[in-house]
Write a protein that binds this ligand. Structure first.
Ligand code: ADP
Ligand code: MG
Length: 286
């Protein structure tokens, strides 16, 4: 849908085409949003405080010819957000062995770079993102922020033919910096974890090699490579604070994750980044 034919975000109503498939399939549960379902070629998600901001960002990405994100089609008769279904495979909550593919890792880094290029220049005006309840992300050294995804996990990337072709679940999107989004993505996909927290079957993967592959494919510069451990440790402190806040304030999936020990996991990850800071920089710069 080109911008010429798009009704405004707030008045956009999704009307199914006559005869459109209406059988509903429950999607694999993510961490947070209950009740994500597929109906034919669409995904239906509960409407949320950030929904209109996300929809406006998705419109911008469509106009910028970023082809991996879903389109916001409007709201259905039940008030749910309707998005295009992106066909392919997403990882389960414990990522399967196919997620280890280095070709896939490189394609995720390239897709993220394309997202950041497409996002450049986007300033949410009519539909701003709800302010972060815990400390907004700080701008980069030049004082700039970039609206980006901020939750590029294996569960939120759609894979076809062994490469990343789709990026879904923009619930955490908002103004941040490209380096924070790419650190966060690398953290999820390397993954950067205390070895005690590695997923089953991932014990023999080499985080240093995978991080370097990601960095080269995304295109981190030398300064970013050297700042990675410090940026990562700072991000973990913030992430822990936000998770704790969301668990108390919002409950639901956030409280489930907190009760399952995500705070401790983040603490172990920060300690691992600290203990391996020199080795990480060496792997990135050698
Ligand atoms: N637009 C989409 N196209 C294809 N699959 C999707 C789409 N949106 C969500 N999914 C699938 O549904 C799962 C859960 O939806 P998601 O939006 O990620 O919710 P949560 O906030 O719970 O993580 C995703 O991991 C993915 O497998
Ligand atoms: Mg998700």
């Amino acid at each position: 849908m080109s911008s010429r034919h798009r009704p405004s975000i707030e008045s956009r109503v999704y009307i199914p085409a006559p005869g459109e498939a209406s059988d509903v399939e429950l999607m694999p549960a993510g961490d947070v949003t209950d009740g994500v379902v597929r109906a034919g070629g669409t995904i239906r998600r509960p409407h949320q405080p950030q929904s209109l901001a996300v929809a406006a960002y998705l419109d911008w990405l469509e106009d910028a010819e970023f082809d991996a994100s879903p389109r916001f089609l409007g709201r259905d008769a039940a008030g749910r957000d309707v998005l295009t279904f992106v066909p392919g495979q997403c990882a389960g909550s414990v990522p399967e062995l196919w997620v280890q593919s280095e070709e896939l890792l490189v394609s995720v880094a390239r897709m993220l770079r394309r997202l950041h290029t497409a996002s450049s220049g986007y300033i949410p005006r009519e539909h701003p993102f709800p302010p972060k309840a815990v400390r907004p992300d700080s701008p980069d050294s030049a004082g700039r922020t970039l609206v980006c995804h901020l939750d590029v996990t294996p569960q939120n990337v759609v894979v076809r033919g062994g490469v990343a072709v789709g990026l879904v679940d923009f619930d955490l999107a908002g103004p941040s910096t490209a380096f924070k989004d790419s650190f966060n993505t690398a953290m999820h996909w390397t993954p950067l974890h205390d070895p005690a927290d590695l997923w089953p079957g991932w014990e023999s993967t080499d985080p240093f090699r995978r991080l370097r592959l990601f960095a080269d494919a995304y295109g981190w510069d030398d300064g970013e490579r050297r700042r990675l451990p410090a940026v990562g440790i700072e991000a973990m402190a913030l992430s822990r604070e936000r998770m704790r806040h969301n668990a108390a304030a919002l409950g639901g999936g956030w409280a489930r994750m907190w009760n399952d020990g995500v705070g401790e996991l983040i603490g172990r990850r920060a300690a691992w980044l600290e203990a391996n800071a020199d080795a990480l920089v060496a792997a990135l710069t050698a």
